[in-house]
Write a protein that binds this ligand. Structure first.
Ligand SMILES: [Zn+2]
Length: 344
């Protein structure tokens, strides 16, 4: 008898999993955000929950990456206090656990920096308060180990002068230095087009000197040259997406030689327009043994959890065996490998 997909997804859900690429704000519960918008008497809170939800959750591809990340303007307006981000982090951890995730690296940019991406309200929270709230929320989340990768928003920071970027790096790295038990790495996020990876070399040289491993969003909407730059100029050992990397055979060989891991997010790739079909991902279909881990990226925006992403990626393989294989690969690629539960 052929197993139906509801049964298969349940088998995947009950198999322990690791998620290495999951944005904290992209995991917020719409109901929580709506309640906060009402509490602060914001326009967004005057809409019905259904209308509000439709502004955040995507079911069809966006026009481009800028369109896809539009809900961040709402997140930043609505999340205003350390208590708000504590609630968001606690609920995000709980939702991941309910999907069978046992180790997760959430990622988030930091408020209170010298350069912001223009959505000011969140900057009312200081970086230290923000990190403390997240650390406490993670500590209060049973059954799952949560860590944070701190992100640099390229479309904001890239506008600054080299001197301002260094000031940003000092403030950013000083803030996370006090929370290294929870912050395990750094990332470059945001709109790729117009903000080449090499602009941020100075920041990531300093981050690596501080002992922080690096993952870079690259090759999602731009070509393989951005992935080259991420590994050569910024020292990335993991790449967020890297969808276009497989179009360059020399790069594929180099990624394998350096044991770089691609964080593959099928539904996000489809919704940002970089994939025509979320069941056909060039990295998964690549004939060379390129290392990849399946990740959820933004469960709320994508209306998809990690189990569904693994179901899409398994392509007919035994789902539990595929999950176990993914677990081993992700445990080796984690930025805090000693904190990964020995679930498999
Ligand atoms: Zn991402």
């Amino acid at each position: 008898m052929v197993e139906n997909s509801a049964t298969t997804i349940e088998r995947i859900r009950s198999t322990p999993k690791i998620d290495l690429h999951r944005h904290l704000l992209g995991s917020v519960r719409p109901t929580t955000l709506w309640e906060l918008a009402r509490k602060y008497d914001l326009n967004a809170g005057r809409q019905s929950l259904d209308v509000f939800r439709r502004a955040i959750v995507r079911h069809t591809p966006a026009l481009d990456l800028a369109d896809y990340i539009r809900p961040w303007a709402i997140f930043r307006e609505v999340i205003r206090t350390p208590e708000d981000i504590h609630r968001v982090a606690r609920e995000a951890a709980e939702d991941a656990r309910l999907d069978g995730v046992v180790y997760v690296e959430f990622r988030s940019s930091l408020p209170g920096m010298p350069i912001t991406d223009g959505h000011a309200p969140q900057t009312r929270i200081l970086a230290g308060e923000y990190l403390e709230a997240i650390r406490d929320a993670f500590a209060q989340s049973p059954g799952i180990v949560c860590r944070l990768v701190a992100s640099v928003p390229r479309h904001a920071v890239g506008r600054a002068s080299p001197g301002q970027i260094l000031e940003y790096a000092d403030t950013f790295l000083s803030a996370i230095a006090l929370y290294r038990e929870v912050v395990v790495g750094v990332d470059l996020t945001g709109i790729e087009r117009g903000w080449p990876v090499k602009l941020f070399r100075g920041f990531f040289v300093e981050a690596r000197a501080a002992g922080l491993p690096v993952t870079i969003h690259a090759g999602e909407t731009e070509g393989p040259e951005e992935v080259w730059s991420a590994i050569d100029d910024l020292g990335a050992t993991r790449i967020g997406h890297g969808t276009t990397a497989v179009s360059d055979p020399q790069l594929v060989r180099e990624l394998i030689r350096r044991d770089v891991v691609l964080e593959v997010c099928p539904t996000a790739g489809w919704l940002t327009g970089s994939l025509k079909d979320r069941r056909r991902h060039p990295v998964i279909e690549c004939e060379s043994p390129i290392r990849y881990v399946i990740c959820s990226d933004n469960p709320t925006l994508n209306a998809s959890v990690l189990s569904q992403e693994l179901l899409l990626a398994a392509r007919g393989a035994d789902p539990e065996e595929f999950c176990r294989e993914q677990f081993r690969s992700a445990a080796r690629a984690a930025f805090a490998p000693d904190a990964v539960p020995t679930a498999c």
